[in-house]
Write a protein that binds this ligand. Structure first.
Ligand code: SF4
Ligand code: SF4
Length: 412
């Protein structure tokens, strides 16, 4: 047998809290049942805590006196590392559900990001993700499309300010500006901003992907570049506020950008649902009944993981929906316990079938409460759930919250 090449492996970026978390895990396995990947794929490596055993091993090796005396201890066979990389990237949606499932609140999700970054620095990004990463690096969006494509949806509307000073910037996001399915969300949000007489603009070609996929890849330096670029572009328009209809963009802009760029951006960040529930001209006192026709439907709501569990926005979408539909019912696994739609963490790029299976389970949750309409508040969740519903042969309709408000207001 040919000896395998050895690769030097080093770890960086672990905080003191994360080191303590790695040591705290008692391997009880309670997080397993919280994990949407483990629920579909009972492989032991899908157990959140076990997914991190390799990271623990690397950390222990690096901290051992023997590794200082014998640096070759930090060389690992390529074959072994490739196997770890396949699991590290392929069995996690970065949904963060294991964190709420753990008695010690161990944040397996963030630890997983550090493991991915360790593997990425050792050039172990799985092949299918290499193309994805190079498209993202060149085009600054994960679809690899030209920046001018971000304006396609705008051309169908009147009087949208692009790159001009405004008090509010609508950060459209890649999925809403670059995909046909997402355009409906962008158009609905834009018409609602105009309805509330907001002084708003978009960045247009100057908008880059929020940077979330770079974090999932493990390239924190690229994520920082995207954060800095977008922050400076928004600040150049003297905007006081940023509104986004994407849960991933929201979580990044609001919670990660200050960490990534080392300062607080000079604007506040609101998700569309927060904005709409504050705008009494659109939603009087959080209750749109007097202005809007209620949709005669039994509806439920899927909390996007990055909006609810990792973003903290839970009640605003519900307040809006309750006033717009005839019947609202909660589905199982809601609010911060929400269940992943299956599309996060680049799982879709690597393990599409597994990703769809997770989405189908979420569709079943909605069907279990006999919902006819499944609402959500993120273009990625909408796309993943719609795909899962189609694959499962479900008749449930999937719609974004902004689309529902715009429709009931007679705007689209
Ligand atoms: S629930 Fe927490 S302590 Fe138990 S195995 Fe999972 S991460 Fe470790
Ligand atoms: S972040 Fe989500 S998919 Fe990943 S291990 Fe935790 S629960 Fe499972």
């Amino acid at each position: 047998m040919q000896p395998q090449p050895l690769i030097p492996i080093s770890i960086s970026g672990l905080t003191a809290t994360q080191l303590i978390q790695l040591e705290t895990c008692v391997k009880c396995g309670a997080c397993a049942h919280a994990c949407p990947v483990y629920n579909e794929d009972k492989h032991s490596f899908a157990i959140p805590a076990l997914k991190l055993s390799e990271l623990r091993d690397i950390v222990n090796r690096a901290n051992s006196i023997l590794s200082i005396l014998f640096p070759r201890r930090m060389l690992v066979a390529r074959g072994k590392l490739e196997k770890i990389a396949k699991e590290a990237y392929g069995r996690c949606t970065l949904c963060g559900r294991c964190w709420v499932g753990c008695v010690f609140n161990i944040d397996n999700r963030e630890l997983r990001e550090v493991l991915r970054s360790t593997l990425y620095r050792a050039n172990l990004l799985p092949e299918p993700l290499m193309k994805f990463a190079s498209a993202l690096r060149e085009a600054r969006n994960p679809l690899g499309l030209e920046a001018k494509r971000r304006l396609n949806w705008v051309n169908k509307l009147k009087e949208v300010k692009v790159g001009e000073e405004a008090s509010t910037v609508y950060f459209v996001g890649c999925q809403s500006s670059l995909t046909e399915d997402g355009e409906g969300i962008a158009t609905a949000t834009a018409t609602l901003l105009s309805l509330s007489r907001e002084d708003w603009a978009i960045l247009g070609e100057q908008e880059w992907c929020c940077g979330n996929p770079w974090i999932a890849i493990g390239d924190f330096e690229q994520a920082r570049r995207h954060a800095l670029h977008n922050t400076l572009a928004i600040e150049a328009l003297r905007a006081k506020r940023v509104i986004t209809s994407c849960a991933c963009c929201y979580q990044l802009l609001k919670w990660k950008y200050p960490q990534l760029i080392g300062r607080q951006p000079r604007f506040e960040v609101l998700h569309t649902s927060e904005y709409l529930s504050q705008r009494t001209s659109i939603i009087p006192h959080g209750n749109p009944v007097p202005l809007y026709k209620r949709l005669d439907v039994r509806a439920t709501y899927h909390d996007p993981c990055l909006l609810a569990r990792l973003g903290g926005v839970v009640e605003e979408p519900r307040r809006i929906i309750r006033g717009l539909v005839k019947e609202f019912i909660e589905m199982p696994e809601n609010r911060i316990d929400t269940y992943c739609c299956g599309g996060g963490g680049l799982l879709k790029e690597l393990e599409r079938d597994l990703s769809v299976k997770i989405g189908i389970r979420r569709i079943k949750h909605a069907e279990s409460v006999k919902a006819e309409l499944l609402l959500t508040a993120c273009p990625f969740c909408k796309a993943n759930l719609a795909e899962a519903a189609a694959k499962a042969g479900s008749s449930i309709r999937v719609l974004d919250l902004a689309e529902l408000v715009a429709r009931q207001a007679g705007l689209t």
